[in-house]
Write a protein that binds this ligand. Structure first.
Ligand code: HEM
Length: 452
C-alpha cells in the first residue's frame, strides 16, 4: 500500500478510482491504438485532433497527480500502471527486456507480422544477442558513425537532386528520406528500390489490424528482396558492416533491418519535417540556425556534430511531437516498483504525450526552446522520445547525424516560408502536427547568398 504524505496525498503508486482509470484509458491510451500503431490512419487522427484528445489526456493525468500525488498511479485495480515520476520511469526502463518486457500486447502482436525476430520485441538472452549486433552495426556508442562521411555525401547528393517547385510537400520529403534510407542501409544500387519500402509499408498497414494476421506473399517477397542485398553487400552501406558484427544463429540479422528502414524513412523523416516547420515558424530561431550554419563545412561529420543549437532544435522537435506517444511494458514476474508490489502480467505505461508537455513539471513545455538541450539531456528519463535505459534507441547517433544533415542542406539551399498551418512565433505549439497538413513556400538561394 502507498504511504500517506504530509499533505494527505500518497507516495508510491496510489490507486486511481474507476472513473479516473476510464478517463485516462479513453484519452491517453486507446487513441494511440486508434491512430494506427504501425501506419498512420489520417482520418482517425483528424477526428481525435478535432476532439483535442491529447489535451484531455494531459488534463486527466494532471488532475490525477494533483489529487493523489505519487510517482504514477495504479489503474483498474493495478492491472495497468501509468508513470510520471522519473525515479519510477528509470526503474522500469533500466530493467527493460527483463522483468519489464516490450514484446507483449498490441506491439508484440502487430510487429510479429512484419518483423517477428526484431530486437524491439525480443527479451532475455535473445534480446541481448540482437542488441549487441544492432549496437555494433549502428555504432550506437559512438558520437559519429564510422561511415558518417559517406552518409553526409548521400544526403548532400539527394538534396541537390530535389526538383522542388514553389512549394515543398510531404510526398517530396518522404521520397527524399526513402532514397537516403535505401542508400545508407543497402548502398547506391538500392536507390530506386521503392518495391522494398512499399512492401514494408503494406505489411505495417496490415499489422494495424492486430487480428486475423497471417504471413503471405507480401511478407516472403519483402524478405526475399531484402536478403538479396546481403549476399553481396555494397561497400559503404550499413549491411557491409554485418561481416564484422558479433552474431549467432539467434541474431536473425535480416530481421533487424525492417526496424531501421521504417525508423529512418518514416520516423526520422517525420521528425525532421516537423523540426523544419518549427524552425521556419519562428524568425528568431531560424536566424540563429542560419548563423550557426554560416561558416560550417557541412560535408564534415565533426562540423555537423558541433551544431549544438540545431541539435537542440531536433531534440525539441522530438520532445514536442514524440513519434512513440507511449512506451508500454508488461511485467514478466512480480516486481516492486516505486515501493509497491506489482503482479506479473501488469501493463506499465509511460505516456510521453503527457510527460513531455506537462506544464507543471516541464518549463516552457509548449515552446520550441533549443537551449533546453545545451549541455545535454536536461531531465533524464522525463523526455523519452528516444527512450532511456537498456532498450533505448541504438539509432540515436544516426538520428542526430542524418537529421542535422538533411536540415542543414535544405536550409542552406532554400528560403522557406510556412504557409500552413498558422503557427505564430511565441504562441504555444499545437500537440499534433500532421506533416500532410503542412505547406512550405520555397525559393532557391543562390550560392552567393542572394535569392533567385
Ligand atoms: C527520429 C528518429 C527515431 C526515433 C524518435 C526513435 C525512437 C525510438 C524509441 C522511443 C525506441 C524505444 C521503443 C520502445 O522501447 O518501445 C527506439 C528503439 C529502437 N530504435 Fe529508434 N528511433 C529513431 C530512429 C531510429 C533509427 C534511424 C534506427 C536504426 C537505424 C533505430 C533503431 C532502433 C532499434 C533497433 C530500437 C530497439 C532497441 C531495443 O529494443 O533494444 N531508431 N527508438
Amino acid at each position: 500500500m502507498s504511504a500517506g504524505g504530509a499533505d494527505g496525498r500518497e507516495a508510491g503508486l496510489p490507486e486511481a478510482s474507476l472513473v479516473e482509470s476510464v478517463g485516462v484509458a479513453l484519452t491517453g491510451l486507446l487513441p494511440t491504438i486508434a491512430r494506427g500503431l504501425f501506419a498512420p490512419r489520417p482520418v482517425v487522427s483528424r477526428v481525435l485532433g478535432a476532439l483535442d484528445i491529447d489535451r484531455r489526456a494531459i488534463s486527466a493525468l494532471s488532475s490525477l497527480r494533483r489529487e493523489r500525488g505519487g510517482e504514477g498511479a495504479r489503474l483498474f485495480g493495478g492491472r495497468l500502471v501509468v508513470l510520471w515520476g522519473t525515479q519510477a520511469i528509470r526503474e522500469v526502463l533500466d530493467r527493460s527486456a527483463g522483468p519489464y518486457a516490450a514484446d507483449a500486447g498490441a506491439k508484440g502482436k502487430g510487429m510479429s507480422h512484419f518483423q517477428p525476430d526484431a530486437l524491439t520485441i525480443s527479451r532475455g538472452a535473445q534480446w541481448r544477442d540482437r542488441r549487441v549486433f544492432n549496437e555494433s552495426v549502428l555504432a550506437a556508442s559512438e558520437r559519429v558513425h564510422p561511415m558518417a562521411e559517406r552518409f553526409l555525401a548521400v544526403v548532400g547528393e539527394e538534396v541537390e537532386r530535389l526538383r522542388i517547385g514553389r512549394e515543398l510537400d510531404w510526398d517530396e520529403w518522404e521520397g527524399l528520406f526513402d532514397r537516403v534510407t535505401l542508400r545508407v542501409i543497402f548502398g547506391d544500387r538500392a536507390r530506386e528500390d521503392q518495391k522494398l519500402t512499399q512492401g514494408l509499408k503494406d505489411l505495417m498497414a496490415e499489422a494495424n489490424r492486430l487480428v486475423g494476421l497471417s504471413k503471405g506473399g507480401t511478407y516472403f517477397d519483402f524478405y526475399g528482396r531484402l536478403e538479396g542485398y546481403l549476399i553481396d553487400p555494397e561497400p559503404g552501406s550499413l549491411v557491409a558492416r554485418f561481416a564484422d558484427a558479433p552474431q549467432t544463429d539467434d541474431t536473425r540479422v535480416a530481421h533487424q533491418i525492417p526496424h531501421w528502414i521504417f525508423a529512418m524513412r518514416g520516423t526520422l523523416g517525420t521528425i525532421t519535417y516537423r523540426t523544419l516547420v518549427a524552425i521556419v515558424a519562428d524568425p528568431d530561431v531560424e536566424r540563429r540556425v542560419r548563423e550557426e550554419l554560416a561558416d560550417a563545412d557541412l560535408s564534415a561529420p565533426s562540423a555537423l556534430n558541433r551544431l549544438d543549437y540545431l541539435e537542440g532544435c531536433l531534440q525539441e522537435g522530438m520532445r514536442l511531437w514524440p513519434t512513440t506517444p507511449l512506451l508500454a511494458r508488461e511485467t514478466t514476474e512480480e516486481v516492486t516498483l516505486a515501493g509497491e508490489r506489482i503482479d506479473e502480467g501488469a501493463q506499465v505505461v509511460i505516456l510521453n504525450t503527457f510527460n513531455h508537455r506537462d506544464g507543471e513539471t516541464v518549463p516552457r513545455a509548449d515552446e520550441l526552446w533549443p537551449e533546453r538541450w545545451t549541455g545535454g539531456d536536461p531531465d533524464p528519463y522525463r523526455f523519452n522520445h528516444l527512450s532511456h535505459g537498456s532498450q533505448d534507441c541504438p539509432g540515436g547517433p544516426l538520428v542526430s547525424l542524418l537529421g542535422k544533415a538533411v536540415l542543414t542542406r535544405v536550409i542552406e539551399r532554400y528560403a522557406l516560408t510556412l504557409l500552413e498551418p498558422d503557427l505564430p512565433a511565441g504562441e504555444p505549439l499545437p500537440l499534433t502536427l500532421d506533416p500532410v497538413d503542412v505547406r512550405l513556400g520555397v525559393a532557391e538561394i543562390e550560392s552567393t547568398g542572394g535569392e533567385v
